[in-house]
Write a protein that binds this ligand. Structure first.
Ligand code: NAP
Length: 330
């Protein structure tokens, strides 16, 4: 008899990692234009932990005022197509796929359904499910920031703060593919990692105050939001930009009051709010880079579903190197 249930992580309220519990759910059924995926791996991202905490609080207006509206967290997934309904033309049962469910969440689960025209693609033969699950986090976000938000051109100088994280490790490789000069900022524990990914220079933020360098940068990409436009202004070139994916009140003040019309600028963007068709196009371009061995995902730890609390605790530590995965196979 066909199994009609699945195991998934339920988020019961906003709070620490302990609000995540593994429970039995009804297996989802695909509707017209949807694909049912037997999920093998889900990304556990820094953004997931902010959503779990419900911070910044303004976000709760969209995510649920008292508790998350969607009971199953997670957005990055990779697995095998289990079933399609007649309208689906691009995917067949057995296809290996990965993608990002955006505000549909639900990837911390053994099964999920997504629209066939969602942010989804076939996985290259050599790509593991773990790599596929995390691909839309660091790679797509850093592609958006470096290429579209900062509009960088070859030979420009890029500083990446948080170069050893998910966004940072992808950003180094994207920067080198775009022929940028890349300076990576992280602790000395990760110096070898960022250099192996192609960084031209490395700065240990624990021993060097990079805001006092004599060098000037076209773009400072603060992936972890640990610095600020004000602190970095002195090391930006005349038209230089401080771009940051971490939502903070100070960044908004910088963007609207301290950025100069014709000079140095501070910028924030929420990649997940871009049009699905644009996100899918970015994913496809990056997959081509993966096929050409121009980008790889840096994998740190893989946790079983029943270790979801430990996975979130590790991400909360702020020390992860690259990416973390929740495996449905362990
Ligand atoms: N707006 C968007 O579109 C968007 C999309 C995705 C994610 N995000 C956000 O982007 C942020 C970054 O995510 P992530 O997953 O890349 O982060 P992460 O992987 O958690 O970053 C961890 C890394 O940051 C390094 N680090 C910690 N403190 C540092 C400091 N003071 N200076 C330099 N490096 C430091 C650590 O290296 P050491 O151990 O060596 O210090 C560690 O390897 C999150 O806040 C996430 O929510 C935004």
């Amino acid at each position: 008899m066909m199994n009609t249930t699945m195991q998934a992580v339920r988020v019961t309220e906003y709070g620490g990692p302990e609000v995540l519990k593994v429970e039995t759910f009804k297996k989802p059924a695909p509707k017209p234009n949807q694909i049912l995926i037997r999920n093998h791996a889900a990304a556990v991202t820094a953004a997931d932990t902010f959503l779990r905490m419900g911070t910044p609080r303004l976000g709760r207006l969209f995510l649920g005022l008292r508790r998350p509206k969607n009971p199953i967290p997670g957005t990055g997934f990779a697995g095998v197509v289990e079933a399609v309904v007649s309208e689906v033309t691009d995917y067949l049962p057995g296809d290996r796929v990965c993608g990002e469910s955006l505000f549909g969440f639900s990837s911390y689960a053994e099964y999920l359904v997504v629209e066939q025209d969602a942010v989804i693609t076939h996985m290259p033969e050599l790509m593991s499910y773990d790599e596929g699950a995390v691909f839309c986090d660091g790679a797509v976000t850093s592609w958006n920031f470096i290429r579209d938000v900062a509009n960088m051109k070859s030979d420009q100088r890029l500083m990446i703060i948080g170069a050893s994280g998910a966004l940072g490790t992808a950003a180094i490789q994207i920067g080198k593919e775009m022929d940028l000069h890349v300076t990576a900022v992280c602790s000395s524990a990760n110096a070898e990692l960022v250099t192996s990914l192609g960084a031209d220079a490395f700065i240990d933020y624990k021993t060097t105050d990079y805001t006092k360098l004599n060098e000037r940068f076209d773009v400072i990409y603060d992936t972890v939001g640990k610095s600020s436009f004000r602190a970095c202004k002195a090391i930006l070139k005349e038209q230089g930009q401080y771009v940051c994916p971490v939502l903070k009140g100070e960044l908004f003040v910088d963007m609207f009051f301290r950025s100069q019309k014709h000079g140095k600028k501070a910028k924030f963007a929420a990649t997940g709010t871009r049009k699905v068709v644009e996100l899918r196009a970015m994913l496809l371009e990056l997959m081509e880079m993966y096929r050409n061995r121009e980008i790889r995902m840096v994998m740190d730890r893989t946790y079983a579903m029943n270790e979801v609390v430990q996975a979130h605790q590790y991400v909360d530590s702020g020390r992860k190197r690259g990416n973390i995965v929740l495996s449905m196979e362990l």
